[in-house]
Design a protein around this ligand. Structure first.
Ligand code: MEV
Length: 325
């Protein structure tokens, strides 16, 4: 007999301001993106972990519980398997589970499919075992697993997937405050190049070792911009936010994380009338964001991004956080 399953879903994320500095304890602002990953979990009566995640390039994967985390793990299973191992350390079980996933989005765009799958899985798993975890407890479980997999990261993407909306975030979920947002007038453009976040984070860490004073002062300036952006967003002052985007982009360029493609899309948006544009995330590729004032200026900016080889991503921002379906 097939046992009952729990399904939960979590959204992706888009960094608005504060990337890189957030890794060193400074705040950032992130919004949840309406592209979701659904994860279903059920007990299977045997001591085996089984996962089917065709969207993540994984089918019919299985492992005995005592071997969890051992040997080289395929990319699609890493976060889920290591989270499950962490979960079993805290709540030991003899019986294994079957995990299946369904995704609205590809992991190429940098919208955080890893954080969304981690959070959706953690929510479904803890609900299956009737553990009524708070958002912070859910965060802590997920954050441990993310550090197990990639060793670095501020956890801002997990917070977006858990709390949803648009957040002012200080790592690791020391402060998570929802901003007053109904609508974020932003265009999102994809460069066509996949960014490698851990490599870029390590590159900035190297820079911080060699030029500690310069990098510390850049992070402090980013911190000020984030604080100012909270005021702009709460007041729906999109021109003010655009100005802060431009200043944040200059500081990210000083960190060396922008790229020719990102700069091209950003410059093109500004020429088309955006008040401000910047890269979003680790840099090196993935997406940029640009503010717009009116629907007409939005389409000008979108055309300008496409004209220089970018791809406009039709995403809805400020999306709800994790939920049991
Ligand atoms: C990557 O999207 C954002 C970074 O700040 C890394 C992190 O916060 O984990 C570069």
């Amino acid at each position: 007999m097939i046992k009952p399953s729990i399904t939960s879903s979590a959204p992706g994320k888009l960094m608005l301001l504060g990337e890189h500095a957030v890794v060193y304890g400074h705040p950032c602002i992130v919004t949840a993106v309406d592209q979701r990953i659904q994860v279903s979990v059920r007990k299977n009566g045997v001591d085996v972990f089984h996962m089917d995640a065709p969207d993540l390039g994984l089918t019919a994967y299985s492992k005995t519980i005592c071997d969890l985390g051992k040997k080289e793990l395929p990319k699609g299973v890493r976060f889920v398997e290591l989270l499950y191992r962490r979960f079993l350390d805290q709540y030991p079980q003899k019986e294994g589970i079957v995990v299946t996933t369904k995704s609205d989005f590809a992991d190429t765009f940098g919208f955080g499919s890893s954080s969304a799958v981690t959070v959706a899985f953690a929510k479904a798993l803890t609900t299956l075992y009737n553990l009524n975890l708070t958002n912070k407890q859910l965060f802590d479980l997920c954050y441990q697993a993310v550090l197990d997999v990639q060793g670095v990261g501020s956890g801002f993407d997990l917070a977006a997937a858990i709390w949803g909306g648009t957040l002012y975030y200080i790592p690791p979920a020391k402060v998570v405050t929802k901003l007053k947002v109904n609508h974020l007038p932003l265009v999102v453009g994809y460069t066509g190049i996949k960014a490698d976040t851990p490599t870029l984070v390590r590159m900035v860490a190297g820079l911080k070792d060699t030029k500690p004073r310069l990098i510390t002062s850049i992070f402090k300036n980013i911190n000020h911009l984030v604080e100012a952006a909270v005021v702009s967003i709460n007041q729906s002052d999109w021109t003010g936010l655009g100005d802060l985007f431009n200043q944040n982009q200059q500081l990210l360029k000083q960190l060396g994380v922008s790229s020719t493609e990102l700069d091209r899309l950003i410059q093109s948006s500004l020429k088309a009338g955006s008040a401000g544009a910047k890269l979003s995330g680790a840099g090196g590729g993935d997406c940029m964001i640009a503010t717009y004032q009116y629907d007409q200026s939005k389409s000008h900016i979108e055309s300008a991004i496409t004209a220089v080889g970018g791809q406009v991503m039709p995403v809805v921002l400020n999306a709800p956080g994790v939920r049991v379906e």
